[in-house]
Design a protein around this ligand. Structure first.
Ligand SMILES: NC(=O)CC[C@H](N)C(=O)O
Length: 194
């Protein structure tokens, strides 16, 4: 009854670690490599990696319309790092978004070259007061629409947010043993299903 299946878009990026985090939360994980697999899942994670590369592969494997339909179906989607960039409805310096379903404006590579990767301890509203977040050439949310709930900030920049069925974060929640952020998303998928 309460069991859900979560897909991880498996075209590029940190896929296996998300599978582990999903399974650690007692849900079933599926690596999504074909658009038909979207029909089998209750929620979809768009992983970190390289958004421009992922976009190229989304087009190559004809995923874009299916991803938009998935969003329209109301099922939850969670974009982490590059995945957040894919979900955002506008990207600094770009004329067009990618999937473009979440009402946020993002900038890529926001935290400077000298700090290509770092960890920060975050208070993520409703999820964890002490979440160790791993940032790797991370984006941030410059601005968000009125229906977007800001979940976390780092150095005054928005790094996690939720808009109804859409969850996004700048960091990589799958790269530590703390699986609470993924657990929060698994619960979103359970609530949407029941
Ligand atoms: N770790 C990541 O996902 C980095 C995102 C990457 N900098 C991009 O713009 O797509």
């Amino acid at each position: 009854m309460s069991s859900v299946t979560i897909g991880v878009l498996g075209l590029q990026g940190a896929v296996r670690e998300h599978v582990n985090a999903i399974e650690a939360n007692g849900a079933t994980a599926v690596v999504v490599k074909h658009k038909e697999q979207l029909e089998e899942i209750d929620g979809l994670i768009l992983p970190g990696g390289e958004s421009t590369t992922m976009r190229r592969l989304i087009d190559k494997y004809d995923f874009m319309d299916s991803l938009k339909e998935f969003a329209q179906s109301g099922k939850p989607m969670f974009g982490t790092c590059a995945g957040l960039i894919l979900l955002a409805n506008s990207i600094e310096g770009y004329d067009e978004p990618h999937v473009g379903v979440m009402d946020v404006h993002v900038a890529r590579n926001s935290f400077g070259r000298q700090k290509d990767s770092f960890e920060a301890n975050l208070n993520v509203a409703g999820i964890a007061h002490d979440f160790t977040a791993v940032f790797i050439r991370a984006p941030h949310i410059i601005s968000a629409g009125e229906n977007v709930e800001i979940l976390a900030k780092h150095e005054d920049r928005i790094v996690a947010a939720r808009e109804g069925q859409f969850l996004g974060c700048s960091f990589h929640p799958e790269l530590t043993d703390d699986h609470r952020m993924t657990g929060y998303f698994v619960n979103m998928a359970k609530e949407a299903k029941n």
